[in-house]
Each structure stands twice: as structure tokens, then as C-alpha cells.
Design a binder for this molecule. Structure first.
Ligand code: IF1
Length: 404
């Protein structure tokens, strides 16, 4: 007689064993084990369409075969050298990133928050060395409702209580202005202002699109007052909005641009600071670094992640299918929906305050095979991989229509 295979641990077992982990997240009760393209599968064998894409990291789709190939090939050859020596991948990544983005110089880091910290350090140092701001007086202007990561300095200038409270004392030298308000920015700029940091479209805040002309005006103000214009494109960059960088929608060019997330297609933590020469050249040997930053494995993965993003037309697809999906979502007639907004495949569905909250909607979507995550109490983000087809967009809209 055949033996029954011992039953594999299932969802409840995994959740139960998560008691050994820190409680800094409240994930939906789905345990994922496999991914391919826009889909992921849970330990019960159920398939889902992923509308979060690991917070816009998996723009190229889950387990893209070419990125996987590059990763395996590089991992079997050389993974880490430290920056004490050179490796044969880093310079190629520099060159390819600069050609793509028209940046002059690149500084590789690992996480998004680290890259933002790096940009802040660059701005301060540039302020002292180039703008001649008196010692320790440099000021950086940031936006209300920003999200730039979780380090002590970054949460210190967050306006989100949950991210910020309890982690003081906070770093000084930051000033907050409302996002989208050019007059407030103009008023905040002073003699010691070295940088203005913003997300082109605010992500965590709920896909907040700036008023027409705002970023162009901000760019002008920064140029006029000799202030570095720093854009955090960690979430908006690398095709998410239907352009390589979201700044292209607004016809501006930042002095410093920070990218991360999809730079590896979700395979590996890698981020980068892209800059013009004047700002980047203030850093000299020993003044900044990272053990893993610029390692050959990260670079090989990033090079292929960029290559497939471009060569497989993912950015154009995000623009076309993104517009189509937004139209479909906007056509949903539901009294629960306050607004559907978005650019490319960075879309948000905002519910009315009395609609019962976004979390129950996400749970119902989960039961229908669609993974989405709420942000704040009443906003659902829709950010699938950029390889989404029109048929899959139709399917997403159908699920939302059924639930809403
Ligand atoms: C978490 C949100 C997304 C970012 C921008 C820097 C970073 C992020 C514009 C830091 C990170 C993440 C991190 C994740 C939740 C998440 C997020 F919900 F908070 F808004 F993506 F939508 N700049 N965003 O969006 O990059 O250090 O994490 O690599 O729970 O912290 P990181």
C-alpha cells in the first residue's frame, strides 16, 4: 500500500511559527512560496495576481528568467570583493546607468534608506565645500507626508506619527514644507539651504500627484537659490510611472536622484545615487562607503534588471496598460470609491471615509486571488509588475468591481 506523503506545513503553521519574529508588520494571512511573472502562489497552491510587486521592486515580474540567469552566473563566479579592490561589474553598471539616465556619476548602496542618507550627506558636504555654508548650519527642506525610509535621520523628518514617534532625539537641520506648495518652498529657502528633497509622486502618502508645474517651479527655485534638487525615485523610478524616471513627466532634471527597489528586479537589495559631478565630487576616499555597496553580484543583477526593463518594452507597457487599467478602475461605479488616481502602473483607489476601510477590501481581494495592500486607512495601492497584459488589467478591474 502506498504511503500518504506527510502533509506539508500549511498557512496556519507558518503563521503560528511567526511568533518568533518581531511584530513590526501586520501582513495579510497568505504565505507565499513561488512566483512567476505577475503571479505568486501560496503554500496551499493558490495563485494570486500580485498588485503590490514588493512595493514596486518586482517591476520586471517575479523571478525573471534572464535576471535569474545573471544572478546564478555571477554568484558562481564572484559575489563580494569589498571596495578595497575593484571588480569587473561595477564600472559597467556605472557606465550603463549614466548612459540610461544622463547622470554624470553613480554611487551604489544597498537599501533605499541608505541611498537617501547618502544623498543627504552629499548635499550637506556640497553645502560646506561649494556653497560655503557656515559649519554645521546646512539646512535641507523636505515635504510633508514624505516617505524616504526608516533610519533615525529619515524618520526624524517624517510627518507620519507611526514611523516617527518614540525614536527621538531626532537629527536637526531639516525643515518641512507642504508637498505641492511652491510658495511655501520659496519662503522656506534661506541662505543655508543646501537641498530640497521630494518624491516626484508621493507613494506611501497614497500616490499623491503634484499640481501641474510644481516640480518645474521647484527646480527653478533650487537653481535660482543654489540649492540641490534631490528626487527620491526609489518607488517612482525604473518604469513604474511609464517613464524610466518620473521626472520626465514633469520635464525636470534633478541634481541628485535616488533609485532602488526595481534596480534589481526584486532579486537583491541594491540602490544607487545618481548625481551631477559637482555634487558627487565632494566625496573623497574614506568619507563614505558600505561593505556590500557595489558588489559584483548586485551589479550583475542590476545590469540585467535594467537591460530587460528596456529591451522588453516594460516601460512603454506600463504607460499603455497603466492608462488602460486606470480608465477601467475609474469606470467602476461604487459609492465606496472617492477617487482613482495614478500615473502609469502606480495607481491608488481612495475610498470614502465611511466605506469601512481599505483593509477589508484587501482581504476580499485576497480571497479572489488578488494581492493588494492598503496604505493609511482608506487607500489601496494597485502596482502590479510592468509586464501586465490588457487581459490581466481587465481581470484586476473585474475583481475590484466585484468587491467594491
Ligand atoms: C517599509 C511605503 C512603499 C520609498 C521611497 C525610500 C524608501 C521607500 C519613496 C526606502 C520605501 C517602502 C518600504 C516599506 C514600505 C514601502 C512603501 F508603503 F512605505 F510607501 F514602497 F510603498 N523612498 N518604501 O517608498 O527604501 O530602505 O525600504 O529600501 O515597510 O518600510 P528601503
Amino acid at each position: 500500500m502506498n504511503h500518504m506523503a506527510p502533509s506539508k506545513p500549511k498557512t496556519a503553521d507558518f503563521i503560528e511559527r511567526a511568533r518568533f519574529g518581531a511584530s513590526n508588520y501586520k501582513p495579510l494571512d497568505v504565505v507565499l512560496t513561488h512566483g512567476e511573472g505577475v503571479h505568486v502562489w501560496d503554500v496551499e497552491g493558490r495563485r494570486y495576481l500580485d498588485c503590490l510587486s514588493a512595493y514596486s521592486s518586482v517591476n520586471q515580474g517575479h523571478c525573471h528568467p534572464k535576471i535569474l540567469g545573471a544572478m546564478i552566473e555571477q554568484a558562481s563566479r564572484l559575489t563580494l570583493t569589498s571596495r578595497a579592490f575593484r571588480n569587473d561589474q561595477l564600472a559597467l553598471l556605472y557606465e550603463e546607468l549614466c548612459t540610461l539616465t544622463r547622470a554624470h556619476k553613480v554611487l551604489p548602496m544597498n537599501s533605499g534608506a541608505e541611498a537617501v542618507e547618502t544623498a543627504l550627506k552629499l548635499a550637506r558636504k556640497w553645502g560646506y565645500l561649494v556653497k560655503a555654508v557656515p559649519k554645521d548650519r546646512a539646512e535641507i527642506i523636505v515635504c510633508e507626508n514624505n516617505f524616504h525610509g526608516r533610519t533615525i535621520a529619515i524618520v526624524g523628518f517624517s510627518s507620519d506619527g507611526t514611523s516617527r514617534e518614540g525614536f527621538g532625539p531626532y537629527s536637526i537641520g531639516f525643515k518641512t514644507v507642504p508637498f505641492g506648495d511652491e510658495a511655501a518652498l520659496a519662503a522656506a529657502i534661506g541662505a543655508h539651504t543646501v537641498g530640497f528633497l521630494a518624491e516626484p509622486i508621493q507613494g506611501e502618502a497614497g500616490v499623491i500627484i503634484p499640481p501641474a508645474g510644481y516640480l518645474k517651479k521647484a527646480r527653478e527655485l533650487c537653481s535660482r537659490h543654489n540649492v540641490l534638487f534631490i528626487l527620491d525615485e526609489i518607488q517612482t523610478g525604473l518604469g513604474r510611472t511609464g517613464k524610466l524616471l518620473a521626472e520626465e513627466h514633469y520635464d525636470v532634471e534633478a541634481d541628485i536622484t535616488v533609485i532602488g527597489k526595481a534596480l534589481s528586479g526584486g532579486f537583491y537589495p541594491i540602490s544607487a545615487v545618481l548625481s551631477n559631478c559637482e555634487a558627487m565630487d565632494v566625496l573623497h576616499p574614506g568619507e563614505h562607503g558600505s561593505t556590500f555597496g557595489g558588489n559584483p553580484l548586485a551589479c550583475a543583477v542590476a545590469r540585467m534588471a535594467l537591460k530587460v526593463l528596456i529591451e522588453e518594452g516594460m516601460i512603454e507597457n506600463a504607460a499603455i496598460v497603466g492608462r488602460y487599467l486606470k480608465d477601467c478602475m475609474q469606470a467602476i461605479a461604487s459609492p465606496m470609491v472617492k477617487q482613482v488616481r495614478g500615473v502609469g502602473l502606480m495607481i491608488a483607489v481612495e475610498l470614502h471615509n465611511d466605506a469601512g476601510g481599505a483593509r477589508p477590501v484587501c482581504e476580499k481581494l485576497l480571497a479572489r486571488g488578488l494581492l493588494a495592500k492598503e496604505t493609511h486607512d482608506n487607500i489601496i495601492r494597485v502596482a502590479p509588475p510592468l509586464i501586465l497584459t490588457q487581459e490581466q488589467a481587465d481581470w484586476i478591474a473585474t475583481q475590484f468591481e466585484a468587491v467594491l
